[in-house]
Structure formats: structure tokens, C-alpha cells
Design a protein around this ligand. Structure first.
Ligand SMILES: NC(=O)c1ccc[n+]([C@@H]2O[C@H](COP(=O)([O-])OP(=O)(O)OC[C@H]3O[C@@H](n4cnc5c(N)ncnc54)[C@H](O)[C@@H]3O)[C@@H](O)[C@H]2O)c1
Length: 343
């Protein structure tokens, strides 16, 4: 099989990571980069890749089989539509778009044009999460009861030098918690109601620095999530799951799923259950799965190529990512209204 020819639109932090992951990938190669910034031009030159300031010109000239869109959220809709109009498959970075309406527009356009659209909720490609989903699907937990997730970390002060990160929409709910909401949906299904409180008491910016969230799942299970970017804490997926070398890995759990028969922790994949007797006073046993280690970004590229070939359906479709986005926006709506919000 010949390697898929992919282009990267937006070669900032995450766009470059995709280029790096594709470098030694057996299934694909990057043929060009579109990004008007001088830094991106220098990066393309250093990588020996064709560079374009204008993504439309790049798509027309290089005719890639797929495009990885890693531009700022506000541009996701127009850039995605430009690819779809040309019949070019899209791997859209998360969030799928800036608003639920734009996300639905993009999803509809892809479906009508029959162009594959995969959204980059990359954690879904982590073998840990795949194994967790299998454990839940096999019914090992019994009836899911309650799930807890922590996304508490300390972002360095320099992170906030960029104005948008201090303003509404630039905070940890939309940037970070969206991943944990996606994990919860991936494992436990749809969220139907959200309650939330947010705070900016520590950093004092317009945007929240901390949020506490309650979820009600369609199944009847409940969830609690905490996110903070000013908490000196190891309890967050980035530090615990070891997906990227620039986060020093910590041997801790961050996600806890409980059910009537057993409970599951992530990312350490411990299943806690009763084997003799079932009650508060009986001993609990713990068993740990060890899935193979895998780089979710690498696997996501493999999957994208298989989606382009029509061999696999997107692990995160436009519809799916739109629901994750709608649930995430519900956190802000619930906090503002001080009342439960339906998703
Ligand atoms: N999956 C993840 O874990 C993850 C992590 C980080 C960022 N992201 C997402 O990736 C996207 C980019 O984030 P980032 O942190 O890399 O941002 P960034 O600011 O580092 O990079 C964005 C790049 O897009 C370029 N750009 C802007 N407008 C453009 C246009 N019209 N055409 C071509 N290039 C354009 C900019 O010059 C910049 O180089 C965002 O949607 C973000 O939410 C996802």
C-alpha cells in the first residue's frame, strides 16, 4: 500500500507534533504545510516540506488525500469547508469548531459531500482508554453508578502571556476539560444534564481558572469533574497517562468509574471487585490490566488513513465531537444560570 499524502494546515504547537509523528509513520507522509507565519515557513524549510501561506492554494496545488487542520478554533469551519469542497478528507483538531452551529454545519457538509471527517479527540486512540471501554462494554462494572474525573494542574504563568488565554472561552473548561468530557462520553454514553460552578478567584482573569461540574448520563449514572489550571497537582490525564514526553509522567489515577459489580480506575486500569461475598464488610480484590503502550497520535494517523480508504469509520465523527462540544458549552451555561442545563 502506498503512503497516504497528507497536508498540515496550521503548523503551530499541535500541527508540528502531527508532522513529527508522521515522519516515521508507515501509512502516511506529509507533503506540504500551509501557515502564513514566518515561524511555520522556517519549520517547513527545516523539515524539507513545501510551504504555502494560503491553504486554498496549497490544497489546489498539492491535492493531498487528507488534511490535518490545526489552526485556531475560529478558523475550523472555513478551513474544513475548503477541504470538503475539494473532496479532501479532514482530520480536524478539537474542538471541532467554535460553536455548536458551526460544528453541525461542518458535519453536514462532510456528510453531504461524502468526505470523511475525523475529529482529533486523540485520547480515544490510547490503548488504555480502548481497554477501559471494553471493560465497561463487557458489563464488568455491572450498572455504572458514578464516575469522577480530576483535571487539576498548574499552568506556568508565561502560558497566560497570550491575551486570549485570559479572556472568555480561553480557559481550562474549553481547552482541557473538553477532553475529560469526551472520555466520559466515550466510556459511559450521552450526558443529558449538566450543573456547574466556576471560579476565577486565584488568577483573577476574566476567564475561569477552576470549575466543578456535575453530569447526569442518559443511563442514569452521575458524574463529577473538577478542572483547575492553578492547582499544583499530579491528578490530570496529561501527567498520568504519559501521552507526551514533555509532561513528566506520574503514577496516579485521575478517572474513577464505579458500578454495582466493580469499579475501574484510569489510567492505571485497576478493577476493584468482590469475589467472595458482596458487601461493605467483605474484602475487595484488585486486578490490573496492562494494555500495550501506544502513542495515541501515531494511532490516530493510522486510523485517519484507514478512514480515508473507507476501511474504518471515524472513532470520533463530526456528530460525536459536536455532542462533546455541546456538553462542554453546557458547563458555561450552567455556571452562568446557576441552574441545571439540558444537553
Ligand atoms: N488534541 C490536542 O490535544 C490539542 C492540543 C493543542 C491544541 N489543539 C487544537 O489545535 C488547534 C491549534 O492549537 P495550537 O495550540 O497548535 O495553536 P498555535 O497557536 O500554536 O498554532 C496555530 C497555527 O495556526 C496558524 N494559522 C492561523 N490562521 C491560519 C490560517 N488561516 N491558515 C493557516 N494557518 C493558520 C498560526 O500561524 C499558528 O502557527 C486548536 O484548535 C487547538 O484547540 C489540540
Amino acid at each position: 500500500m502506498s503512503k497516504k499524502k497528507l497536508a498540515v494546515i496550521g503548523a503551530g504547537a499541535i500541527g508540528r507534533m502531527h508532522v513529527e509523528r508522521a515522519r516515521s509513520h508507515p501509512d502516511c507522509e506529509i507533503v506540504a504545510i500551509a501557515d502564513p507565519s514566518p515561524a511555520a515557513e522556517a519549520f517547513a524549510r527545516a523539515e524539507g516540506l513545501r510551504w504555502f501561506a494560503d491553504y486554498a492554494a496549497m490544497l489546489d496545488e498539492t491535492k493531498p488525500q487528507g488534511a490535518i487542520v490545526a489552526t485556531p478554533n475560529a478558523t475550523h469551519l472555513p478551513v474544513g469547508l475548503a477541504c470538503i469542497e475539494r473532496g479532501i478528507a479532514v482530520l480536524m483538531e478539537k474542538p471541532i469548531a467554535d460553536t455548536v452551529e458551526q460544528a453541525a454545519h461542518l458535519t453536514r457538509a462532510a456528510s453531504e459531500a461524502r468526505v470523511p471527517l475525523l475529529v482529533g479527540h486523540h485520547r480515544r486512540h490510547n490503548p488504555i482508554l480502548r481497554r477501559a471501554r471494553e471493560i465497561v462494554r463487557l458489563g464488568r462494572l455491572g450498572t455504572p453508578v458514578a464516575a469522577m474525573a480530576l483535571a487539576t494542574f498548574y499552568k506556568p504563568d508565561s502560558y497566560f502571556d497570550m491575551t486570549w488565554r485570559r479572556e472568555k472561552g480561553g480557559g481550562p473548561v474549553l481547552i482541557n476539560l473538553i477532553h475529560d468530557i469526551d472520555i466520559m462520553r466515550f466510556l459511559l454514553g450521552e450526558v443529558v444534564e449538566v450543573q456547574a460552578v466556576t471560579s476565577n478567584a486565584v488568577r483573577g482573569f476574566e476567564v475561569e481558572d477552576t470549575a466543578a461540574v456535575l453530569l447526569r448520563f442518559a443511563s442514569g449514572a452521575l458524574g463529577t469533574l473538577a478542572v483547575s489550571d492553578c492547582a499544583a497537582s499530579p491528578w490530570n490525564w496529561d501527567l498520568a497517562a504519559g501521552e507526551a514526553a514533555h509532561y513528566p509522567r506520574q503514577h496516579v489515577n485521575t478517572h474513577f468509574l464505579t458500578g454495582t459489580d466493580a469499579s475501574l480506575t484510569l489510567p492505571l486500569l485497576e478493577v476493584w471487585e468482590y469475589r467472595s461475598g458482596k458487601g461493605w464488610h467483605d474484602p475487595l480484590t484488585v486486578e490490573q490490566s496492562t494494555p500495550h503502550r501506544g502513542d495515541p497520535y501515531h494511532e490516530q494517523l493510522r486510523h485517519f488513513c484507514a478512514v480515508i480508504d473507507g476501511e474504518e469509520q471515524p472513532v470520533c465523527s463530526g456528530d460525536d465531537a459536536t455532542r462533546t462540544l455541546a456538553t462542554t458549552f453546557a458547563v458555561h451555561r450552567a455556571a452562568a444560570s446557576k441552574a441545571p442545563v439540558s444537553v
